[in-house]
Design a protein around this ligand. Structure first.
Ligand SMILES: C[S@@+](CC[C@H](N)C(=O)[O-])C[C@H]1O[C@@H](n2cnc3c(N)ncnc32)[C@H](O)[C@@H]1O
Length: 263
């Protein structure tokens, strides 16, 4: 993407950065984000809740013995990043990050601050091509696919309009038993009109967008053992009391989250 198109075309990574209070965004991203905020005033909380779910689910996986992570749709680095969470528990954790936005690549250095015992790598690639991600040297040099991997797809799949189920299952087929799948993605189940408007705001600006019903979300976990408490809004997935959201946030829910283990 050229500098000019980067500055005139909004992108999901930079809009998300804006929602999280970051500075790595352009005027076009802020304008589009402000349009979303008009219909979804709690989206900044939703972005914070997603990040907190990433932290809790990563801790859960590290505590469960996972030492290798594949994080797709990483986003612009926001401390603490996934490898920092995992390596705090297990310094030898190995993490491969994947995103398709050049601005994430430009900031990838922040994702490479590994412990000496562990390793991290960054791959610029599209999630819709799982075979090339799985075959990339960046991945094969860091991850041993004969051992379990934590596959994390947080706030990614609502930017994939078709074939999400096949993509997820192509990744899972390549992973060893005992691997985990972590997903958090948008739904219109709770406020169909609001999310339909948001979907059109993204699509009208050239960003693919697709929310999912609970049933469609559950299909992504087919054949796996869902971890308690199952499929719930992300702030209800094993809350740790660190990122507090008011009880009133239950009325603004717009995402489902779930974690499952491959048998
Ligand atoms: C909303 S951000 C989520 C960032 C991070 N996972 C988190 O939850 O904080 C979504 C990220 O997915 C990336 N993304 C969207 N579609 C993608 C695709 N087809 N392939 C790779 N990355 C993609 C975007 O560039 C963006 O960085």
């Amino acid at each position: 993407m050229g500098v000019e198109s980067a500055q005139t075309q909004p992108h999901s990574a930079r809009m998300y950065d804006y929602f999280l209070g970051g500075k790595d965004n352009y005027a076009a991203d802020r304008l589009a984000a402000e349009e979303v905020l008009k219909v979804w005033p709690t989206i900044k909380v939703a972005a914070t809740v997603n990040r907190a779910f990433m932290r809790r689910s990563t801790r859960f996986l590290a505590d469960a013995g996972i030492r290798q992570f594949l994080d797709i749709g990483t986003g612009i680095p926001t401390e603490p990043n996934l490898h920092q969470i995992a390596q705090e528990i297990t310094p030898e954790s190995r993490v491969v990050y994947v995103d398709h936005d050049p601005i994430v690549l430009a900031h990838a250095r922040a994702l490479m601050t590994t412990t000496p015992e562990g390793a991290t790598a960054y791959l610029e690639a599209d999630a819709t091509d799982p075979e090339s991600i799985l075959a990339s040297p960046e991945l094969t040099e860091i991850l041993d696919l004969s051992e379990p991997v934590g596959l994390s797809l947080i706030a990614l799949l609502h930017f994939i309009e078709t074939g999400a189920e096949e993509i997820v299952h192509t990744f899972l087929d390549a992973l060893a038993p005992g691997s985990y799948l972590v997903i958090c993605a948008a739904t219109a189940d709770f406020d169909p009109a609001q999310i339909a408007t948001v979907r059109e705001i993204y699509r009208a600006r050239g960003i693919t967008a697709q929310d999912r019903t609970r049933e469609e979300f559950a299909t992504l976990f087919q054949g796996l053992d869902l971890v308690d408490p199952g499929i719930v809004p992300p702030h209800r997935w094993r809350p740790d009391g660190i990122t507090e959201v008011p009880d009133s946030y239950d009325a603004s829910v717009s995402c489902y989250a779930g974690v499952a283990r491959k048998k």
